[in-house]
Design a protein around this ligand. Sequence first.
Ligand code: PSU
Ligand code: MN
Length: 305
Amino acid sequence: MHQFLLFSPEVANARAAGKPIVALESTIISHGMPYPQNVQTAREVEQLIRDAGAVPATIAIIGGKICIGLSDDQLETLGNSPDAMKVSRRDLPYVLSTGKLGATTVAATMICAELANIPVFVTGGIGGVHRGAETSFDISADLQELAQTSVAVVCAGVKSILDIGLTLEYLETHGVPVVTVGQPGFPAFFTRESGYHGDFQLDTPAEQAAFIHTKWQLGLKGGIVVSAPVPAHEAMPKDEIDAIIAQALNEARDQGVAGKKVTPFLLARIKQLTSGRSLATNIALVKNNARVGAELARALLEHPV
Ligand code: PSU
Ligand code: MN
């Protein structure tokens, strides 16, 4: 076993028993949602995965270890520690070698999940190419990780705080397939449609599993984006969320927010400007993704190619 990995008892048992496991990120807890809804959501998402017949493994960096599966106390600490670091690929050696508390982004969670042999990972939205990236160079490390690390990432697409068209172009360049579930359209997180199509619509877990096995058996390393739209009754009105995102983007620009602070700033501001309604949509889509991810994890075990 890898020297930095520390498995919770629940995840260690699941590994020994050959049960399906679903990885979960922790930046969504520390930087993506406010306390205490973040901790409550994390627990509910874990339970949904158990109810769907898989075992949840929330990943974070604690005490110099990559913790695969967190206790209730660890989830609480992570959700209520303003100094928890947002950890992407670049930051992993620092947070591990200093023993600091770290919450993993999509990129870092993919790295840790691959080390732990967990092929499925559930999140809300992935990072992407930011609007104005032609001058800011702000492209999330999540995209490079998808290019090289072999984990399927279940998400509700990307938020339109990003340039969705450029994000899809970037993924295509790097050979990352974008699978859609239940519709051809690539979803835009708060809304079911982004105006762009994904690459392949695969509605059943068995079809998704066959696709993923085939990619990896061909030796094509790297991730797969599995995108499921937020349930219709939980989606936000498009005009409203578009206007709010435009305002949040203007404020970020005027205040000179840059680097890893950009995404958390926009997420928090959108929540304020929607009086918390965006948070309800956010929670609903993560839960929906948890169900999709649990079924996919089971199918990957049940339908080897
Ligand atoms: N997008 C969301 N919610 C999130 C994030 C992105 O809708 O919580 C988090 C994820 O952890 C993602 C990270 O990996 O932000 C991307 O940050 P950046 O844009 O700095 O790479
Ligand atoms: Mn960035």
